[in-house]
Structures are given as structure tokens and as C-alpha cells.
Design a protein around this ligand. Structure first.
Ligand code: DAH
Length: 345
């Protein structure tokens, strides 16, 4: 074999051996046997040689080409086999292996209980309505029979919006209670009326385990003819019994809220025990909500004639209900966004 052919042959054979992947092998193929490859180049030069060299050299180059093609083919097989073996080793699929569980979200305990409350009141013919979280002083206070000088304003520490007061409706506030929606619903739908209003309320107070600046209430309002506290008692007893899935009794104590007359505090018999527990402080009763017969001034502010209609209203803390129900001892957990807390419900 021609001298330079021998060198070329060695070089090519070595390059083939050293190619570690099928892709690297393609590189080597291009270098020697490709369109501009070294061996191809020699073949192209054959036609320009003198006749006597042409035959010999041409044969030698062709032999080399055939030899390299053979080597290339076997090396390709070798590498392909190795790649398949590696894939079998690493990319195995075990159809009998247990599946991976996806983490799924779920409904926040506050929303869960809110839905239950809504369902029960809907079954009793109440509509669920919604109202603005930014309210005017009129809806949050004046219209509810709480004038600006009234001491009851001190009971609810208010967040004010830093904006000029409206001459009629006063300043804007973050609603401190859901009660403004009594007025909104009366104005919008008139009487008779049966609604509940679940929603967030806001108070400017220092937070601790039982106080938050933001919490949830449920307002209730029923207006019709010949309505009395007896209807309120029956409705709440039925509601609480369905909610706790065991018989719950209710009792009234006098209470004071400017928008009702008489004003009442409603207690429920403890749904968590039969003979005293931590939640009812061993008394068997739990303070549940404020309520009463809607004050004539409030009916008038809502555009309802107090000589024709009367009604009752109530407001309870949804947040507190959730805490009692699940034994949550710190209100701040509820809005913490801590999944370790939320995952438990
Ligand atoms: N709005 C009152 C509060 O936040 C709760 C309340 C009491 C609502 C009596 C009522 C009611 O509708 O009649 O403390």
C-alpha cells in the first residue's frame, strides 16, 4: 500500500476507535469518507495520475475506502448497541410500580363552612347576597341608626379611607360589619325579603389569638308581614340543628344594637358536648350572635314602611364559628396561608 495511504488508514482507524458516540462517529465519517473527506479527495485525484499509477493507486484507495467503510459499520453497531444497553439500564419503566400522587388543593375551612351555611339558608328560602367591602359611613352607621355622636361607634374601631367625605354619605370606610347590606337589600329589592350576606369585615384593632383586623360575618334579614321573634327563634334553631347535625336549642338574652329594637343576644346549646366542655366553658351554652327586631328607623332608611312590614335581623361571626367547630385556638392561622394549617381540613 502507498505510504501516505498507510498513514491515512491508521489515522482513520484510530479516529473510529476513539469515537464514543454515534454522533461522534458521523463526524469521523464526514472527515474521511464525506464529500470533502480525505479519502474521497484522494479518489478524485486518481483521474489526473499517469496511466500506470492510476490502476495501482486507484485500487489501493478503493481498498482503503472499503476497509474504512467496514470498520465504520462495525463501530456503528457497537456504539448503537452500547447506547441501547445504557438506555435499558437507565430509562426502565416498571408498569407495576405505584403511581405518584399529585398534590391537590382543597377548599379553605372558612369557605367550606360558608358554603354549608349558604346551603342551609337557601333550603329555607333565603337568597345569598353580596355587598361592597368599602362602604360609606351612611350605610355602615347613620342608616343603621348609629349617628356620629352615638357611643356605639366606639365599639367598632373603624378603618377610614383617606378621601374627602361625600356630603350625603359621609366618608368611605372599610365596613366594620355586614349590616349595611340590610339597607342595600331593602333599597334594591323592597319587602318582603329573606337574605343572608356572608362577607369580610374589617376593624382597626391590635391582633392577638382572638382578634384580627379582617374576619368574616354572616348577616341575616327577614322582612314580611306578621313577623315576630318566634320566627327568628325557629329559624335559628333549625339552622343550627342542620349545621351541627344534632339537636341544638337556642335562648335569648337582652342585648344592645342600635339597629334593632328589642335587641337580643342569641345563645345556642353546646353542640360539642352533653355535659360541659372547654368550648362552652362547662355551661352548656355558647354565645352565638346578635339579633333583634329591625328598628323602624332602619326600615325607613331602607325605604320600607314600618307600619306595613316588620322583620328581624341577625349577625354572627363566621370566623368564630369555624374556630369553634374545628377547635382552632388562634384566629391568625386562618389567614396565614400556611399549608400545614390548611391541609388539616
Ligand atoms: N353587626 C353586629 C356586629 O358586628 C352584629 C349584629 C347584631 C347584626 C344584631 C345584626 C343584629 O343584624 O340584629 O357586632
Amino acid at each position: 500500500m502507498h505510504d501516505s495511504l498507510q498513514v491515512l488508514s491508521k489515522k482513520a482507524a484510530q479516529a473510529l476507535r476513539e469515537a464514543k458516540t454515534v454522533d461522534a462517529l458521523k463526524e469521523v465519517e464526514r472527515e474521511f469518507l464525506g464529500k470533502n473527506g480525505q479519502v474521497t479527495g484522494l479518489l478524485k485525484g486518481v483521474k489526473d495520475l499517469p496511466d500506470d499509477e492510476k490502476r495501482l493507486f486507484g485500487k489501493a484507495v478503493n481498498d482503503l475506502k472499503a476497509e474504512l467503510e467496514g470498520l465504520l459499520e462495525s463501530r456503528r453497531h457497537e456504539l448503537q448497541r452500547a447506547e441501547i444497553d445504557a438506555a435499558l439500564e437507565n430509562d426502565w419503566l416498571d408498569l407495576s410500580a405505584p403511581g405518584e400522587k399529585f398534590a391537590t388543593g382543597h377548599i379553605h375551612p372558612l369557605a367550606q363552612v360558608q358554603r354549608e351555611v349558604e346551603t342551609i339558608f337557601q333550603q329555607m328560602g333565603f337568597s345569598i347576597i353580596d355587598g361592597p367591602e368599602i362602604e360609606s359611613e351612611f350605610y355602615n352607621f347613620e342608616g343603621l341608626n348609629i349617628p356620629s355622636y352615638h357611643p356605639a361607634r366606639d365599639m367598632q374601631d373603624t378603618f377610614f379611607i383617606d378621601k374627602e367625605a361625600d356630603p350625603v354619605e359621609g366618608k368611605l370606610v372599610l365596613r366594620t360589619q355586614t349590616s349595611p347590606n340590610q339597607l342595600r337589600a331593602m333599597k334594591k329589592y323592597g319587602a318582603p325579603l329573606r337574605i343572608i350576606v356572608p362577607g369580610r369585615v374589617f376593624r382597626n384593632e391590635a391582633t392577638d389569638a382572638s382578634h384580627e383586623h379582617t374576619f368574616d360575618q354572616v348577616e341575616g334579614l327577614l322582612i314580611d308581614k306578621d313577623i315576630s321573634i318566634a320566627n327568628l327563634k325557629g329559624t335559628m334553631q333549625e339552622f343550627l340543628t342542620r349545621l351541627f347535625k344534632r339537636e341544638v336549642k337556642v335562648r335569648f338574652r337582652p342585648g344592645y344594637f342600635p339597629f334593632v329594637e328589642p335587641g337580643l343576644e342569641l345563645d345556642m346549646s353546646c353542640p360539642f358536648c352533653t355535659d360541659g366542655c372547654r368550648v362552652c366553658k362547662r355551661s352548656g351554652w355558647i354565645e352565638f350572635m346578635g339579633s333583634g327586631m329591625v328598628h323602624p328607623n332602619v326600615l325607613r332608611a331602607g325605604g320600607v314602611d314600618p307600619n306595613e312590614y316588620q322583620g328581624w335581623a341577625f349577625g354572627f361571626g363566621l370566623t368564630r364559628l369555624v374556630m369553634m367547630r374545628y377547635g382552632i385556638d388562634d384566629i391568625r392561622h386562618l389567614q396565614s396561608g400556611d399549608l400545614r394549617f390548611n391541609e388539616q381540613f
